[in-house]
Design a protein around this ligand. Structure first.
Ligand SMILES: NC(=O)NCCC[C@H](N)C(=O)O
Length: 258
């Protein structure tokens, strides 16, 4: 039976000091962020996900963005080497959590850097963004880790946003969605649908045809609902102020057979 486990990590008390690269810094309300995180976790639970909390990393402001620290392909957990040095200490706790779940563990090594937010899986195709956080060595190491397992790895330039998945994600039918002004080369994605809002580009597949989206993309929610998708929204405004999105707050483990 495929698994439905999701890793999450409680926000650090230092969250408001998280990195900001492509947007203007705005004051983060950490109390509200805590409430929004609880509601996000509850949305996962409500849709059948067993939520597993990684040990908090209170000294790391960006640790809530757990997606950046590990990339799953089948049963293999590739522990990343985040492009931002201030985020490197986040990986230890995540490695412990995936090992405990019985994953095979692999690593991105120096000089490679890779953030999980730069990796989008669509079936057996693994798109990897080569941008501010993921370098060429990181792309090569990801290829070496996943191609032997049957993945087709496609490298994609990313220059306008933080991560590949800040620009594009995919619907359950494999259609890649994104907000054109933020994508370097939309033509690299077969079956591409343009959406009207930047944060409309971010969906988490909850299973059963349901999509988790941010409340900040009402026009895209309407568009996707009109196409017959079942949209669930959560307000993640405080994480969006730090360039976070719905995808980066969890890591879904769908192919654990332990
Ligand atoms: N995968 C993601 O979208 N991660 C968001 C990370 C935001 C964090 N403030 C950072 O700059 O690393």
């Amino acid at each position: 039976m495929p698994s439905k486990k999701a890793l999450v990590r409680r926000p650090s008390p230092l969250l408001a000091d998280g990195l900001v690269t492509h947007i203007q810094r705005e004051k983060v309300d950490t109390g509200l962020a805590g409430e929004q995180w609880e509601a996000y976790v509850e949305a996962l639970r409500a849709h059948g996900w067993e939520v597993i909390e990684v040990e908090p990393a209170d000294d790391c402001p960006d640790s809530v963005f757990v997606e950046d620290t590990v990339v799953m392909y089948r049963n293999v957990a590739l522990i990343t080497r985040p492009g931002a040095e201030s985020r490197r200490a986040e990986t230890a706790g995540v490695e412990e959590a995936v090992a405990r779940l019985g994953c095979s563990v692999n690593w991105i090594w120096e000089p490679g850097t890779l953030d999980g937010g730069d990796v989008l899986k669509v079936g057996d195709t693994v798109y990897v963004g080569r941008g501010g956080r993921t370098n060429a060595a990181g792309v090569q190491q990801l290829r070496a880790a996943f191609e032997p397992l049957g993945a087709r790895v496609v490298a994609v330039p990313v220059s306008k946003v933080l991560h590949l998945k800040s620009a594009v994600t995919a619907l359950p039918d494999g259609t890649v969605i994104g907000h054109i002004p933020k994508i370097d080369r939309p033509s690299l994605f077969p079956g591409f649908l343009s959406v009207p809002e930047e944060s409309g580009a971010h969906v988490v597949l909850l299973g059963g045809g349901k999509l988790l989206m941010a409340a900040s993309a009402p026009k895209t929610a309407e568009l996707l609902t009109d196409l017959g998708h079942d949209v669930v929204t959560v307000d993640i405004s405080e994480f969006e102020k730090l360039e976070g999105c719905v995808t980066c707050l969890s890591v879904r483990l769908r192919e654990l057979y332990a």
